[in-house]
Design a protein around this ligand. Structure first.
Ligand code: SAM
Ligand code: SF4
Length: 351
């Protein structure tokens, strides 16, 4: 197809349409260096128009690496018997959240494998305690029943991250044998219905993933009107069935991120840790291609080494005061740290 565009034109379309078509998204996913620069600039313009220089820092606490699932790509999968397992106590989680809030974080993200011992009831008690710190709480604990999501919302949880991983139903079924894309989508719809700020997202460069299916990922997130989207490269973990697969391309990851910004101008988009692990300076690069959030790892060090989704993750945020460290790194980029809870500014009901 013929598709001529400037960064300003692309940015304008993000706000006043017409929305990018599937063919245009695919064209931009195929873009070489030169056209990609235009795409990146457009995404940065949109990000700047909505958020200005503000970047929100979210502290992530990975409180259990037990998982009942067997996702082919993930180091926490239940059949990875080489991984020593840990489960933080409720007291330890609240203490880690207190430490994060005292550093200045305004959002605490509680993430884990799908650990049956961390029942929704126990987690709800922790959410209530953490909410007393005056922070926003994001949960990322996988697929639950509607009632459980409702219970956690009632306890005060504000947001929920549940990446859809890939919008290709067959690839999804191959890589996540315990569930299906239909079930995942239903969970995301429930989360929206319950009033959570809802985060979808995908990995880029999964074995067997096509550019066409990445275009579907962007459309999936637009259709859902996700308030957050986590986009990162696939990084092979040696103790998984995909250990010998090739890693996802950082360049392609940035293109997916930039396209997501053009399709969801008001969404909070993190510069994901995987983007930083796959390429030195990757998180900064993402902040220049549409991202407006960073989620430093504040899990206590004795546990962090064991939350091995992929190699290199545990070393990504080595500084003891992650907030101060990122404040400085952001300053060097001409960005400032958000002082409020950092909800998506999209007016309710707007598309
Ligand atoms: N268990 C919950 C779930 O699956 O939704 C939340 C935690 S899960 C570890 C968080 C995310 O890690 C997943 O959504 C997936 O996209 C990402 N992840 C897992 N293994 C990865 C890998 N090898 N490379 C890149 N990202 C990975
Ligand atoms: Fe478990 Fe999530 Fe890893 Fe899948 S991606 S194995 S659900 S922790």
């Amino acid at each position: 197809m013929e598709f001529c565009f400037t960064a300003e034109e692309l940015a304008k379309r993000a706000f006043s349409g017409p929305p990018l078509t599937r063919e245009e998204i695919l064209y931009l996913l195929r873009a070489g260096e030169e056209e990609a620069e235009i795409l990146f600039k457009a995404a940065d313009l949109v990000r700047a128009q909505v958020f200005g220089p503000v970047v929100h820092l979210r502290a992530i606490i990975e409180f259990s690496n037990f998982c009942r699932n067997n996702c082919l790509y993930c180091g926490l999968r239940r059949e990875n018997r080489r991984l020593p397992r840990y489960r933080m106590s409720a007291r330890e989680v609240v203490q880690a959240a207190e430490e994060a809030a005292s550093q200045g974080f305004k959002t605490v993200v509680l993430q884990s494998g799908e650990d049956p011992c961390w029942t929704p009831e126990r987690l709800a008690e922790v959410v209530k305690e953490v909410k007393k710190l005056g922070v926003a709480v994001t949960l990322s604990v996988g697929e639950l029943a509607y009632e459980d999501y409702a219970l956690l919302k009632e306890a005060g949880a504000d947001r929920y991250l549940l990446r859809h991983e890939t919008a290709d139903p067959e690839l999804f079924a191959r890589l996540k044998p315990d569930t299906s894309l239909t079930k995942r989508r239903r969970c995301l719809e429930w989360l929206k219905e319950l009033g959570y700020e809802t985060g979808a997202g995908c990995m880029v460069g999964l074995p067997g993933q096509s550019l066409e299916s990445l275009a579907e990922d962007v459309l999936f997130m637009r259709e859902l009107q996700a308030e957050m989207a986590g986009i990162g490269p696939f990084i092979p973990h040696p103790d998984t069935p995909l250990g010998k697969a090739s890693p996802g391309s950082p360049f392609l990851t940035l293109k997916v991120l930039a396209l997501t910004r053009l399709c969801l101008p008001y969404a909070n988009l993190p510069a994901t840790t995987a983007t930083g692990v796959a390429q030195k300076g990757g998180r900064e690069a993402a902040l220049l291609c549409g991202a407006n959030v960073v989620m430093p790892d504040v899990t206590p060090h004795r546990y962090r080494l064991l939350y091995q989704l992929y190699p290199g993750k545990a070393q990504a945020d080595p500084h003891p005061n992650a907030f101060a460290y990122w404040q400085e790194r952001l300053q060097a980029l001409g960005r400032t740290v958000g002082q409020d809870l950092g909800f998506s500014p999209r007016p309710r009901g707007a598309s």
